[in-house]
Design a protein around this ligand. Structure first.
Ligand SMILES: [Zn+2]
Length: 162
């Protein structure tokens, strides 16, 4: 079991963070952006970057090749739908995607928007960690959090209409 302290000070215990979030047992800070039968999208606001989305499977699997054809199709469709909303609603021109299979929780893809300020940390994959650390350590301000939450809310609205 792992323990984490929520923003409200409450401590929760779980076997797998992705299972806790995708099952609804633990509400992600910022809420659910969109969900389907097989996938769940949210933002980890500990990394306060506008439009960053984490897309996690609902089933506890680690690797891409463990997804069924049905899940894979749902994953692709949802990934593209979120990408399109990032572009249309937030004007995000480029996104970096990554997932690692040796995760301590389960299959989830990070969709990290690329902003101009990130280029000072370099291009491509080696810049991702410094960018995320910078966001976590330097951008966790009331003002930025407000912008991040506004972006979450715009994406949520765009992805749940109809
Ligand atoms: Zn899990």
């Amino acid at each position: 079991m792992k323990k984490t302290t929520l923003a409200n000070g409450e401590t929760v215990e779980f076997e797998c963070l992705s299972c806790a979030i995708t099952s609804g047992e633990m509400e992600p800070d910022g809420g659910t952006i969109v969900e389907t039968e097989f996938f769940h999208a949210h933002q980890d606001v500990a990394y306060p970057i506008q439009g960053l989305v984490i897309l996690a499977s609902k089933r506890h699997v680690k690797c891409l090749d463990e997804l069924t054809d049905e899940e894979l199709l749902d994953y692709q469709r949802l990934l593209v739908k979120i990408r399109k909303a990032q572009r249309e609603v937030l004007g995000i021109e480029y996104v970096y995607y990554f997932y690692n299979e040796d995760t301590t929780h389960h299959f989830h893809t990070w969709m990290v928007p690329r902003y101009e300020w990130m280029y000072k940390f370099g291009r491509s994959i080696e810049s991702v960690r410094p960018v995320l650390l910078h966001a976590r350590n330097e951008m966790y301000t009331a003002e930025n959090l407000e912008d991040v939450r506004a972006a979450i809310s715009s994406l949520t609205k765009a992805l749940n209409k109809e």
